[in-house]
Design a protein around this ligand. Structure first.
Ligand SMILES: [Zn+2]
Length: 230
């Protein structure tokens, strides 16, 4: 299982530039094998094209490195905080993808405006509060995770599998590495659509709740019927 997670994490990191989600090395993907509690993550500062499976650091949930000689991503503490707080998630993707980052920099949640959004995100994609100077000065990456977790108090992180960290960029997750990666692609698309929709119609309101419910719930949850049964 850990070997499969490594394969998935390698492939997902390689796909970040292929899908236009990153500039330089501004993004990282991790995955967790829940059976062993081990996390695989991109090493820090290594180009996506040079990455090999043996480069991938393996850590436990407390951040102890068990495999690999390269330092893990500088965002590792954020990823680990999310895995500890959200037991249903299997993968985390962090990028500075342009459209989603515009919303993060504006400090605005992305409102649900249409079915593209509703198929993947059950309501607005929230933006965190500003981090305090103390949080920035001390354990910044861990505190980034904590401010995300705080934003999801009373919300189901699998119903809205992503967040905008204010003045930073998106973190997206999913039930697996592949699912998290799909959600990261969709978040970027939804951010672009929402920004243009607001320009075309200033003051646009969130979509009809019945339509949001229909599109989200036909793909997710116990009464889902979209796609093929396996
Ligand atoms: Zn970042």
């Amino acid at each position: 299982m850990l070997e499969q997670v490594k394969q998935d994490v390698l492939r997902a990191n390689q796909r970040l530039p292929e899908e236009g989600l990153v500039t330089l090395t501004w993004g990282n993907v991790s995955g967790i094998d829940r059976a062993s509690g081990l996390v695989v993550i991109k090493p820090s500062g290594v180009g996506y094209k040079e990455l090999t499976i043996d480069d991938l650091p393996v850590l436990d949930l407390d951040g102890r490195q068990l495999e690999g000689t390269l330092n893990p991503s500088s965002d590792t503490a954020t990823h680990l905080a999310l895995y500890r707080a959200f037991p249903g998630i299997g993968g985390v993707v962090h990028t500075h993808s342009s459209w989603a980052t515009c919303w993060a920099q504006a400090g605005r949640a992305i409102p649900p405006l249409g079915t593209t959004h509703a198929d993947y995100f059950y309501g607005e994609i929230p933006c965190t509060r500003s981090m305090t100077d103390d949080e920035i000065a001390n354990d910044y990456e861990l505190e980034t995770g904590n401010v995300i977790i705080e934003t999801f108090t009373g919300r189901d992180p699998l119903e809205v599998p992503g967040v905008l960290v204010k003045e930073h960029a998106p973190f997206v997750w999913g039930t697996s590495v592949k699912n998290a990666f799909d959600n990261a692609i969709v978040l970027e698309e939804v951010a672009k659509l929402a920004m243009h929709s607001e320009q075309l119609r200033p003051g646009i309101q969130p979509m009809n709740q019945a339509l949001l419910d229909k599109h989200y719930l036909r793909k997710h949850g116990k009464n889902a019927y979209y796609g093929q049964r396996t």
